[in-house]
Design a protein around this ligand. Structure first.
Ligand code: CO8
Length: 260
């Protein structure tokens, strides 16, 4: 396969893709190369018919400590504006249609917190720390932090995080709804892979439709969103997987989905 320098890539049970951020000396600080490699790896898993779900993780100490400050420090407005810094290669994860689970241990700060929030849901280790500390550097979040954090935790906590730059621990993040589950660090990958394996055995069409429909909740008003969901729901009755899933329930056996 492709050789990467800033990430490692492997699969579990031939159906879950795992991407591990791997710049340990910089606490997985996110630079252009890493974001390009991450985009390539995610797109390859998205295109691989064997893969049903993707897990994105870092190290015990850091999921990612943010955008690479050393790379950014000298940039001018003209550099970042003309080079389309951030959006050039930061948004590729949004185009991934299969579910992406963030398994977060240690620091998820700045762009690292934003990257975790671009995933479909976050499972955190008990040592996880989330924050948007950009204000301390004289800037603000630039990869969706001021938009996704309030949607996840509400205005008051999002403002608190963006204005003070303080960190949230895993328990606070779970209370606030930023993460879906918290587990001890040594159970983190088991928990994330367990969820990913469950998802990858479901109808891939239904899984992609569920992801698309939940994401629609953040883009539309309620009646448009409900109509979008209803049409997707109706369309799933055209799949063999719907017949299989419902027949398996009625005949008391495990469904075997063909993703058709
Ligand atoms: N960028 C570059 N290097 C970093 C970063 C970073 N974000 N974070 C840590 N490192 C490096 C340190 O410089 C240090 O390197 P060295 O050993 O060469 O001195 C090494 O990683 C280890 O870090 P520390 O010694 O600081 O480790 P500590 O355990 O003492 O502290 C912290 C850990 C608290 C995580 C601390 O490193 C820290 O505060 N890091 C910076 C966090 C931060 O401000 N992040 C936000 C960055 S700005 C941002 O993300 C904007 C996003 C906009 C969109 C994306 C644009 C690309």
């Amino acid at each position: 396969g492709t050789h990467f320098e800033t990430i490692t890539v492997h699969t579990e049970a031939d159906k879950v893709g795992i991407v591990t951020l791997n710049r340990p000396k910089q606490l997985n600080a996110l630079n252009d190369q890493l974001m390009d490699e991450l985009g390539q790896a995610l797109q390859a898993f998205d295109a691989d018919p064997a893969i049903g779900c993707i897990v994105l993780t870092g190290s015990e100490k850091a999921f990612a400590a943010g955008a690479d400050i050393a790379a950014m420090a000298k940039y001018s407005f003209a550099d970042v504006y003309k080079g389309d810094y951030i959006t050039r290669n930061w948004e590729s994860i949004r185009g991934i249609r299969k579910p992406v689970i963030a398994a977060v241990s240690g620091f998820a700060l700045g762009g690292g917190c934003e990257l975790a929030m671009m995933c479909d849901f976050i499972i955190a280790a008990d040592n996880a720390r989330f924050g948007q500390p950009e204000i301390k550097l004289g800037v603000i979040p630039g990869a969706g932090g001021t938009q996704r954090l309030p949607r996840a935790v509400g205005k008051s906590k999002a403002m608190d995080m963006a204005l003070t730059g303080r960190m949230m621990d895993a328990a606070e993040a779970e209370r606030a709804g930023l993460v879906s589950r918290v587990v001890p660090f040594d159970k983190l990958m088991d928990e994330a892979l367990g969820a990913a394996l469950i998802i990858s055995d479901f109808s891939r069409i239904a899984v992609m439709a569920a992801k698309e429909s939940v994401n629609r909740a953040f883009e539309s008003g309620l009646s448009d969103g409900v109509m979008f969901e209803r049409r997707l729901f109706h369309s799933l009755f055209a799949t063999a997987d719907q017949k299989e899933g419902m027949d398996a329930f009625l005949t008391k056996r495990k469904a075997v989905f063909q993703h058709q």
